[in-house]
Design a protein around this ligand. Structure first.
Ligand code: SF4
Ligand code: SF4
Ligand code: SF4
Ligand code: FES
Length: 951
């Protein structure tokens, strides 16, 4: 059912040459390929419709939209009839009215207009069309065969399917096919017997449905409707905001009643998502008001003490006095902060400002350290800018899509749907991944090449692809000569041409047959517009930065950067990982990726902030942990990040956190890191504040407040309070003023303001005098650094090798329904689809070990041991096991090691040598974890009870 603010032109926009026609006597000009229905909407009219909607191709089944066309016999359907020059169309006449009325009366005979109490009341298209035509009942009566007693399917936790309200318009089926690309629904039977069926006539929950909600959105009645709508009633208004989950950054309409969200509807104007969303953004927002939310600031001396609820002022004063005491005792550099990739740009900016200006150190880092820091390094060095090159729309102009180390259908589902749409239109697909991810083979999608490389051999693979490009004469010589530095290119060309970089020589290393590599290389280099999309399977390696350099080399060598349809595109994990990096969260860079050693940049920031900025880079997260363990680092302010669960080698991390004298955690929940904290600042969800997020396409989008912060302060206000308690004045009355400061200080943001964001909807940086409305495609004409620079990318095997003791390689990833450490999604009904982390193991490895699906498996690495339930599957190759880290007590990061990228310290999550054996009980770590968890929850319960009694 439609969003309350949605406008619908009936059929999708066309892009042809202008065509002028007459509709009801008025001239209208539209692109060729436009339907009469859409042309009528452009002329300000509205032809009644039921089976048509502008997000789906016209179908022409309901016959409500009939019109008269001069010179044509009969009454063509306006949704399926295209405009023609000079056409004369009549959309209203008594005859048309009678025809339409007859059709609607038939519908009403099986779907009486008992609208009172229906969730779709006033937003039902059948109800509205019937009202326009004056239909209140059906002359056919209600006694005949009908569907009114068909049972409702309420298996899905978020929406229900009531077949008694279905008018068999097929919009849901087409939405699942065309928009989502899952093909979970069909219309079974014919005529009166037609009915909507999920998969093999299963319930929605058991079917292939991925709960994206596209069918619900497209349903013209309440046959498919969100459950809260039935309980809470109609929303009163819609607030446009941005999803707080992944880096796609979908624009959503939060439809609210008072301060309560009734439902989230993907925004049709959203340039990142074009009216689509996934199960997380669309439905899994209930964590924001979950009973586990902590809404009172708390302090304690020791982590074994009960938490004491205090006022915000007391919490600020206590934290500030501890930080100042520690700096006095151990030195200025003994403290630091972590910004959050989940909080807004403005909030990340303030945390790094607090660290640099109020604490006087560059010891600030961000969780991007553990995901995409190699992207920043690799793209900055080769192209000159630490960001992806394209807008998501660009994929619709790609001819060859090369996905490397990413699983978009799970990690970036809305973008995956766009990509799949382009693939169904005929684009070719190459997937490089150790696992057979869904994209390799799914309904109407078949990868041309799947390169199932061994984890840890990315650089060998990219070198062997480059070898084919260079030695088979597939380099775009003119592009390279015009746009790249010649000497480094020649060096790279000589290097990749070496026989040891041939696919044949490296097949032994990568495990990928040479002919597959050769075929994929030829396709990428010669198949037209080639676009690379990559994820953490590229960056989270000891050679993560080298691989990003290698990807950029390949794209430059084939001329695939600087126009639509091509490019190098990191798929960012968290909602604001791009933004937190842009905002100067790294210890060596101020906002806009300017090095702290640059005196001019320091002077600019120093003058604005009234301080001297230190010229030396500060500590990275792993260095902070090392320093904590050696006793030189004693206090840390962590905003919205759960290192105790998300960072590698959990036991090392928790030992470091335990060594701190003051750990301040700002979060929605008592996360794993907060169990080691001395001060807790209750966080605010994306629904409780204003701000901006920046997605993977550099798109800055507004986050808008729909409810007051549950703890009284938004995250940015808490940082201001902490800074003031430290004696450093921050004065902002609204986050727009923080953005104004960012724009004053950051050349790529000079033209960004809330006024412009409100006007344009969103902006892709750089946005400045040279690009006042932003920059969808980067590096057009020339690279940001001037000439593109090639780098030699020698393959250096990781030191994390298999041996007799640890014969398997563990690699990690994520699933669609859970998100990162799971703190949000575990507190929603999404857990119905995925309630624990499991270990995927190949049948051959499972058989060798006597392991079956459902068995407990002990996984041991050089770092530690944990126990997970097994799933035996051929998705993984022999010798490789796979898991996720969405649940704290599965302890996936107890076994990952501290190996990290040589340039950025991004951990090598994707390669851990392990052994797997069948076991009967949890690991020692898991038993200790559960005890500690119980103890910490007990210490929290006391504080919660005390806070309640004070209210
Ligand atoms: S929710 Fe999405 S995946 Fe499920 S049936 Fe509807 S459109 Fe298809
Ligand atoms: S469920 Fe809704 S969208 Fe699907 S066929 Fe029925 S009325 Fe149409
Ligand atoms: S694709 Fe990402 S941004 Fe979009 S709704 Fe899903 S989780 Fe949110
Ligand atoms: S809206 Fe045109 S036939 Fe249904």
């Amino acid at each position: 059912m439609f969003a309350i603010n949605a406008k619908d032109a009936g059929t999708p926009a066309a892009e042809g040459e202008p065509v002028t026609l007459s509709i009801d006597g008025a001239e209208v000009t539209v692109p060729a390929g436009t339907s009469i229905m859409r042309a009528a909407a452009a002329a300000g009219g509205a032809i009644p419709k039921l089976c048509a909607t502008d997000t789906l191709k016209a179908f022409g089944s309901c016959r409500v939209c009939l019109v008269e066309v001069e010179g044509q016999r009969g009454y063509p359907a306006s949704c399926t009839t295209l405009v023609a020059p000079g056409m004369k169309v009549k959309t209203e006449s008594e005859k048309l009215r009678q025809l339409r009325k007859g059709v609607v009366e038939l519908y009403v005979s099986d779907h009486p207009l008992n609208c009172k109490g229906c969730p779709a009341d006033t937003h039902c298209e059948l109800q509205n069309v019937a009202a326009d035509l004056g239909v209140t009942t059906s002359p056919y009566g209600f006694e005949g065969a009908n569907h009114r007693s068909a049972p409702c399917d309420d298996s899905n936790p978020y929406f229900q399917f009531d077949p008694s309200l279905c008018i068999a318009c097929s919009r849901c089926v087409r939405a699942c096919d065309e928009v989502q690309g899952t093909f979970a629904l069909t219309i079974e039977g014919r005529g009166f017997g037609s009915r909507v069926v999920a998969s093999q006539d299963e319930s929605f929950l058991e079917s292939e449905c991925v709960s994206c909600g596209a069918c619900v959105e497209s349903c013209p009645t309440a046959a498919l409707s969100e459950k809260p709508l039935a309980i809470m009633g109609r929303p009163q208004k819609a607030v446009t905001t941005t999803c707080a989950y992944c880096g796609v950054g979908c624009s959503l309409e939060a439809e609210v009643k008072g301060e309560q969200v009734v439902r989230m509807v993907p925004s049709r104007d959203g340039k990142a998502n074009r009216g689509h969303a996934c199960v997380k953004g669309r439905f899994a927002y209930g964590y924001a008001t979950h009973a586990d939310r902590i809404t009172t600031p708390m302090i304690r001396k020791q982590i074994t003490d009960p938490w004491q609820p205090v006022s915000w002022d007391e919490a600020f004063k206590y934290a500030a006095s501890e930080f100042r005491r520690i700096q006095g005792q151990y030195g200025r550099e003994s403290v630091g902060g972590i910004t959050s990739s989940r909080c807004t740009n403005e909030e990340s900016f303030l945390v790094q400002k607090l660290v640099r200006a109020a604490l006087g150190t560059n010891n600030v880092d961000t969780c991007a350290r553990v995901c995409h820091s190699p992207t920043g390094y690799g793209l900055k060095h080769t192209l000159g800018e630490s960001a992806g090159t394209q807008a998501f729309d660009s994929v619709m102009k790609s001819d060859v899509i090369f996905v490397i180390g990413a699983n978009p259908t799970d990690g970036h589902p809305v973008f995956a749907s766009r990509m799949k749409r382009r693939l169904r239109e005929g684009a070719r697909l190459i997937v490089a991944d150790p696992r057979a991810i869904d994209l390799v083979h799914s309904p109407h999608i078949q990868a041309d090449f799947h390169l199932p490389l061994r984890p840890g051999t990315n650089v060998a693979l990219i070198n062997s692809i480059a070898h084919v490009v260079v030695t088979e004469g597939l380099v775009n010589e003119a592009y390279v000569a015009e746009r790249c530095e010649p000497a480094p290119f020649q060096k790279w060309r000589d290097f990749v041409s070496l026989p040891q970089n041939s696919p044949e020589a490296l097949a032994e290393v990568t495990g990928v047959p040479a002919e597959l590599v050769r075929g994929a290389a030829r396709l990428y280099a010669t198949g037209g517009n080639g676009a690379i999309y990559y994820g953490l399977g590229v960056t989270e390696h000891s050679q993560g930065s080298t691989m990003v350099l290698g990807i950029a080399n390949l794209a430059m060598a084939t001329g695939n950067i600087g126009r639509e349809g091509v490019g190098v595109n990191p798929l960012r994990g968290q909602n604001n990982v791009q933004g937190s990096c842009d905002m100067g969260s790294f210890p060596h860079e101020l906002a806009g990726y300017r090095h702290v050693s640059d005196a001019t940049t320091r002077a600019l920031f120093g003058a604005e902030w009234g301080v001297q900025i230190e010229p030396e880079p500060g500590l990275r997260i792993p260095n902070m942990f090392e320093a904590a363990l050696d006793g030189s680092f004693k206090a840390l302010y962590v905003q919205g990040e759960d290192m105790a669960q998300s960072d590698p080698n959990t036991q090392h991390v928790t030992a470091a956190l335990s060594a701190l004298e003051c750990l301040v955690v700002q979060d929605l929940f008592l996360n794993e890191t907060a169990k080691y904290a001395h001060v807790f600042f209750p966080g605010s969800s994306f629904l409780e504040k204003d701000g901006t997020f920046t997605n993977a396409e550099r798109r800055i989008s507004r986050v808008r407040k729909v409810m007051q912060p549950l703890a009284g302060l938004a995250d940015w206000e808490a940082t201001v309070g902490f800074a003031r308690a430290l004696g450093y004045e921050m004065n902002y009355s609204h986050p727009s003023e923080i953005m104004d400061e960012i724009a004053r200080l950051t050349p790529t943001f000079t033209g960004v303001s809330y006024e412009k964001l409100d006007r344009l909807g969103s902006i892709q940086w750089p946005c400045n005098d040279a690009a006042p409305d932003g920059t969808p495609t980067m590096h057009i004409g020339q690279f940001v650094r001037g000439k593109g620079r090639f780098y030699v990318t020698e393959y250096v095997p990781t030191s994390e090798r298999v041996n007799v003791r640890f014969p398997l390689i563990l690699t990690t990833g994520r699933v669609l329904t859970q998100y990162n450490v799971g703190a949000q999604t575990r507190r929603t009904a999404n857990s119905q689809w995925y309630e624990e982390d499991v270990l995927e193991i190949h049948p051959q490895d499972a058989e060798d070990r006597g392991i079956g699906t459902g068995d407990w498996v002990g996984i041991t690495s050089r770092a530690g041991e944990t126990v997970l339930r097994a799933v035996v599957t051929e998705r993984v190759q022999p010798g490789v096991v796979y898991t996720t880290f969405h649940f704290p007590d599965s302890g996936a990061n107890v076994i990952t090691t501290e190996n990290s990228d040589w340039a950025t310290n991004c951990p090598e999550y994707k390669v851990t040598a392990v052994q797997a054996v069948k076991v009967q009980r949890p690991s020692d770590w898991q038993r200790r974890f559960r005890e500690q968890n119980e103890q910490q929850l007990g210490l929290l319960r006391g504080a919660t009870a005390a806070a309640r009694s004070r209210q």
